[in-house]
Ligand binder design. Structure first.
Ligand SMILES: Nc1ncnc2c1ncn2[C@@H]1O[C@H](COP(=O)(O)OP(=O)(O)OP(=O)(O)O)[C@@H](O)[C@H]1O
Ligand SMILES: [Mg+2]
Length: 332
């Protein structure tokens, strides 16, 4: 074959390859970007180019399938991660709630233990000392026994004092100091504490307009606890989309704080027993709500210590108003 013919053949061959390869370029460019949706026009016949085209088409299809699978997998993985995150968040929230409940139960237990047990146990100690000092017991064996009982009893007094320390209620007369408590501050702190619960339950709560509210003479932590107990009840024994209103009223000597709710209300027959320990109303509306029946009992005890009063007015089905009064703080 002469040189020119050979060159011509090469040129024809080049042109042919160019013509067949060129359509592949955009296809490969798209594939490089992760898009395998391109479709090839497979040339007729059974030549090597047709085989190549078929091969490429199959490869594109395989890549497309794999990508779809991968996307599906990724999506389910994302869903799983999201589900798991939600589960963890819920578990965390539950744990915090349980811890909070445990804490308030512990505090109440400490209070009851101290309140109910400390004075009789202390009396036993006083009685034992008097008995030992009187000389009425003469048998050395009996004296030893009494001393041992006294030692155990002192340990019990100590334990109860520790519990009182935990509850912050020890030294009622000596350390239970009444001081100035600005109502602005009290309402701000309490509003903050109940804000997430009211939001969660869709309850509307209002406080007196802040500004120049009076100050009362009280024990800051006890006062906060009383108000929180009443507001928590007003929220929990309420109706769907109910409301809670904290209002104040004052005369020359004292301030009265009212906690009004639009809740389930309390029947006349239950009103008298409300402030006794462990008393809970067992009715259809309240059976799903848990509690210990100590909130109002403790509130009443704290009000007694702060020289205030606490009372309730309520009508079944129409809501309740719990109120308490405290002396106005006057500068010494
Ligand atoms: N605002 C209110 N509306 C209707 N019922 C109430 C209200 N506040 C209290 N009660 C009733 O009085 C009972 C005693 O309330 P109290 O706060 O002493 O205990 P509790 O809420 O049951 O438990 P906790 O010790 O957790 O406060 C409640 O169980 C409830 O039946
Ligand atoms: Mg309560």
């Amino acid at each position: 074959m002469d040189h020119n013919v050979q060159q011509d053949n090469i040129n024809i061959c080049d042109e042919y390859i160019d013509e067949k390869i060129t359509p592949l370029r955009p296809l490969f460019a798209k594939s490089a970007l992760g898009d395998f949706s391109g479709i090839l026009q497979i040339p007729e016949g059974k030549g090597a180019v047709t085989e190549l085209y078929i091969g490429i088409q199959v490869m594109l299809q395989v890549m497309k399938d794999q990508l779809a699978q991968l996307r599906g997998f990724n999506q389910s993985l994302e869903q799983k991660v999201q589900d798991r995150t939600e589960e963890l968040e819920e578990a965390y929230r539950q744990r915090q709630e349980n811890e909070q409940n445990m804490k308030s139960l512990q505090e109440k237990f400490s209070f009851i233990a101290a309140h109910e047990l400390r004075s009789p146990v202390t009396d036993i100690n006083i009685g034992l000392s008097a008995l030992l000092e009187s000389g009425a017991v003469k048998e050395p064996q009996h004296i030893t026994l009494l001393k041992r009982i006294q030692a155990k009893n002192s340990m019990l007094v100590q334990l109860l004092n520790d519990l009182l320390d935990v509850a912050g209620l020890r030294g009622e007369e000596k350390e239970y100091k009444l001081t100035k408590v600005p109502l602005d501050m009290l309402f701000r702190e309490v509003a903050e504490e109940v804000s997430s619960t009211v939001k969660q339950l869709g309850i509307q709560i209002t406080f007196p307009t802040p500004g120049n509210l009076l100050s009362v003479l009280a024990h800051p932590r006890s006062l906060k606890e009383v108000l929180l107990n009443l507001i928590t009840n007003a929220i929990r024994y309420n109706k769907k989309n109910g409301s809670v209103m904290v209002e104040i009223e004052s005369n020359k000597a004292e301030v009265i704080i009212h906690v009004k709710d639009s809740g389930i209300g309390i029947g006349r027959n239950n009103i008298d027993k409300l402030f006794t320990q462990f008393y809970r109303i067992k009715e259809e509306e309240t059976k799903e709500i848990d509690g210990t029946g100590l909130g109002l009992f403790i509130s009443k005890e704290l009000m007694r210590r702060m020289h205030g009063n606490i009372w309730v007015e309520s009508k079944k089905g129409e809501g309740s108003t719990f109120s308490f009064s405290l002396p106005i703080y006057t500068a010494p």
